[in-house]
Structures are given as C-alpha cells and as structure tokens.
Design a protein around this ligand. Structure first.
Ligand code: UDP
Length: 496
C-alpha cells in the first residue's frame, strides 16, 4: 500500500441516516477543495448519494481527487431485507438492533478494505458517530481517528456537561426541568424526556451499545464539527476545553457548492416546488419540513395541517411517509392542499425528497418550521432564514434553545414532549411506544408560532436582521482567511 503524497482523509459517515452522509460528503468536497486527497467509504445505497453530491461540487484544485468507495452492507446476514442500509429503510423500528449488528459486519468489511485492499493509506480517518469499530481500525492503520457527530458544538457541549455533572439524575420525574449551565450566561433547561439517547438507562433497548459509543467518543483523537466559530458563542472553544480534544469547526459544509437540485431531487415534485416558489413574493412563504425521516403521529399532523392551511402566508409543506398515513388524512390533504404546484395555490405539499438547500436559498422563503435537526438548523442559518422550532427528539431540544434563546433567530412552537420512538420511550423511563399518541400541540398554538415567525413588526424584523447577519458570517467563515477556511487548512497541514 502506498503512502499518499498529499494528506489523505478517509471519511466513513455513519451509514444509518442520510443526514450524516450528506454533510460528510460535503466535508469531503471542502477538504478536496483545499487540496487534500479524500476517500469516502460507505454502503452502495449511500455511495450513490455521495457520488451525486461530489459530481456537483466545483472541481478541486491541484488535481486533488475524491473517490467514493462502496463496501457491501451485510443486511441479509443480520436478518434484514437486502438493501436495508439505513435506518429509514428498516421494515420496523424494532429492527434497529439488527441494523447495528449489520453495521458491525460492515465495519469488518471496511477494515479489510482499508488494511489490505485500498490503493492508498489514509493520513487520518474521520468517522461518523456510532461507529465504534473505527477506533481499532485507525489504531491498526497508525493514524488519528476524528469523529464527526453531525451535532452542533452547543449540543455537544451540553451533552458533555450532562455526562460529567448528571443533573438529570437529580430529578424525580421525566417532566421535571433541570438546568444544563454549559455555556454561561446562556441557559439550557431540559427535562429527562427531552434528553438525547446518550442518556437512556443502561438497561433499556440499546443502552449497552450507547455506553460503547461514549467510550469511543472519549477515546477518539478529535472532533470535526459542522459549524463555524462565530456561530455558537464560544461553544467550540469550551468543548475543546471540556473534552481535552481538538475541536475543528469546518462549516457550513453545505456551502461547498452553489445551491442546486441534487440528483435525488430531480423528481417532478422538486422542479414543481421550485417553479411554485418562483411565482411567490419575496420572503412570503413558510417552508415546513422535519428532516430526512421525521414523522408526526396522524392526530398531531392534522393539527399542524389545519394551522398551515389557515395561516395567511403561503406554505410549502414536505411530508415524509405520506403513503402510510390513514385514508381519512390523505383525503383531507387532497381536499385542502395542492400537490400539483398550481401557481396561485396556498399550500403546496411535497411527499418525496425536497431540494432543501435550494429551497432555503430561494428569495420567496420567509420562514422555516423545522424539527431542529442540526443539518436543517445550519442550512437555515446559512441561508439567513428565521425558524419556528418543533423539536422531535435526539439533541433537537438543545438546538431549539440555541436557535431561540442564544441566537434570537427563532420562535418556539412550544413542544415539550418528544415524538415517541423506542428510544424516547426508554429515556422517559417507559418501555412501550404508545400506540396512539394524542396531539400535544393544538392548531391555535401552531398558528400563533407561524404568526410570530412571519411577523412584520419590530420583533420579526429583529429576528430577520440577526438571521441575515449570521448568513454573512457563515459565508465569511469559508472565504479565504475565514475561520472555517483556516481550520480546514490547519487540519490538512497537520498531516503534511
Ligand atoms: N433533506 C433534504 N430534503 C428533504 C429532507 C431532508 O434535502 O426532503 C436534507 C436536509 O437538507 C438536511 C438533512 O436532509 O441536510 C436533514 O438533516 P437534519 O440534521 O436536519 O435532520 P435529520 O434528518 O437527521 O433528522
């Protein structure tokens, strides 16, 4: 195996969700644009997505290249249907543990490839979260192992604080709030129910695996974070202090290419929604989307839908999993919303994959109702779009507080409980996912949040101004001499 002449980064995104494959591929494009060699190693299904994104990035200078290598994912060996290479492709939530069994087999195949078959040895591996097997591989290769969590620095800092000080253990009930003073003077107040899955009891589903993940995080050599230093009010420096590791802010990685329709979005749906936006007034539209796989229970979805069709602003609403919704809800959608992109229509519904970065960059977008996934949050910041926050689970309740309280660019819808999954039920101390969950947020509450989001008065103007200032800072961070630009340079230079 040859040693690379240029620093060579092997990027192995967490295969479980598309929202990890997207930013790590974009990170690869950024590293290549700074002259590094990059190999992205992932499963065949994810490799197709990565290749589509790499093909749309500007050509890297000095002949630097990105290779996307697909390694088979042993889904069938773990008892899963062939092709189940991500968690959104699993037949049921109960199969999550089988996914992790297959993921370990995938790790062995990646190690075999990197140690014995790859044409070039990496200078450094950057592993997606959860892939505990990466540490052993990096050690065998004799190179540093950095972790890319897909979370922002403020959330990672709060998680670090929770691990060290365990304030959640001092409260009696899953709904009793406690403080997480990780970034004074800014507060963060959570309930046990709102905690990321890291804090599930060790006895619950996946609890033991999570303990292994924490050990992996503690042993890793550094963190690569999709953020920029000016954004999270000193969180990156504090995180470095709290973990004793290098924390390298390299975002916003979505800026690695001009916003455009990605191959996944080349559907008629996507082109229709862009044409529909073209016919709208500047900053007039609310974009509603809950990430790559966020689904609300039907009762809650109906309350949201009624608010969206009755609010004065035009709405572009992305719904995932629409085919499995009850017939009466689909009937309601047909009667009350538009699926065809009729130019004057009030509420356009897209059921497939939406070109989110291009949508957020469209001048017609005035606000974004988001589940506060970090990818979506940062993409909105980068586009200068204020948000209405509706966290679902994971670290999203922490991100909500960053958006609303720390950055002042959002309004909270007022959700207090996470969307029920096997993991969130365990977090709250329960063991069963409730079959039918009542709507926590009524239509009026959603309408109120939308009204505030699109408010033309001084408060709305102030949020828009702050969001615009952050957009400029995001752009500056990746320009020559900017903080993320310099961090990418330093990272690469450390391996010359
Ligand atoms: N995304 C997209 N189109 C969709 C849904 C999601 O392009 O229809 C992208 C979005 O731009 C972001 C990622 O998927 O990059 C979602 O990541 P996030 O961290 O916000 O949420 P998650 O999917 O992990 O819940």
């Amino acid at each position: 195996m040859e040693r690379a002449t240029k620093p060579h980064f092997a990027l192995i995104p967490f295969t479980g969700t598309i929202s990890h494959v997207i930013p790590m591929t974009d990170l690869g494009c950024l590293l290549a644009s700074h002259g590094a060699e990059v190999t992205i190693i992932t499963t065949p299904v994810n490799a197709a997505i990565a290749r589509g994104r790499v093909d749309r990035a500007p050509a890297a200078p000095h002949g630097a290249a990105i290779t996307v290598t697909a390694i088979p994912f042993p889904a069938a060996d773990a008892g899963l249907p062939e092709g189940c290479e991500r968690m959104d492709l699993l037949p049921s939530q109960a199969d999550v543990s089988l996914f992790f069994v297959a993921s370990r087999g995938f790790g062995e195949a990646v190690a075999q490839y990197c140690l014995h078959e790859a044409p070039r040895r990496p200078s450094c591996v950057i592993s997606g979260t959860c892939q505990t097997w990466m540490l052993g591989l990096a050690r065998e290769l004799g190179v540093p192992c950095y972790v890319f969590h897909g979370f922002g620095a403020f959330a990672l800092l709060c998680i670090e604080h929770l691990f060290k000080h365990r304030p959640h253990e001092a409260v009696a009930s899953p709904d009793e709030p406690f403080d997480v003073p990780a970034l004074p003077p800014f507060g963060c107040r959570l309930t046990r129910r709102q905690l990321p899955p890291h804090f599930m009891p060790p006895t619950s589903v996946g609890g033991k695996a999570l303990q292994g993940m924490r050990e992996f995080d503690v042993a890793a050599d550094g963190l690569v974070v999709n953020t920029f230093e000016e954004l999270e009010r000193g969180s990156t420096a504090r995180l470095a202090e709290a973990t004793g590791k290098k924390v390298i802010a390299v975002g916003s990685v979505s800026l690695c290419r001009a916003p455009s329709l990605d191959p996944q979005s080349m559907s008629s749906d996507a082109s229709r929604c862009m044409a529909w936006l073209d016919a709208k007034q500047p900053k007039s539209v609310v974009y509603v989307s809950f990430g790559s796989c966020g689904r609300l229970p039907p009762g809650q979805l109906m309350q949201l839908g009624m608010a969206l069709v009755s609010c004065p602003a035009p709405v572009l609403w992305i719904i995932k999993g629409a085919d499995s919704l009850p017939d009466d809800f689909r009937e309601w959608l047909r009667e009350n919303t538009d699926a065809d992109g009729v130019p004057g229509s009030k509420c356009l519904v897209v059921r497939g994959w939406a070109p989110q970065v291009a949508i957020l960059a469209h001048p017609a977008i005035g606000g974004f109702m988001t589940h506060c996934g970090w990818g979506s949050t940062l993409e909105a910041v980068t586009a200068g779009v204020p948000m209405a926050t509706w966290p679902f689970f994971a670290e999203q309740f922490i991100n909500e507080q960053l958006i609303v309280d720390v950055l002042g660019i959002g309004v909270s819808v007022g959700v207090t409980k996470p969307v029920e999954t096997v993991l969130t039920a365990s977090n709250a101390g329960g063991s069963e996912v409730e079959a039918e969950v009542e709507a926590e947020v009524g239509m009026e509450k959603v309408k109120k949040a939308l009204e505030m989001l699109m408010d033309q008065g001084p408060k709305g103007e102030e949020r828009r101004k702050k969001a615009y200032e952050l957009k400029l800072k995001a752009e500056g961070a990746l320009e020559k001499g900017g903080s993320s630009y310099n961090n990418l340079e330093k990272l690469i230079q450390s391996f010359v």
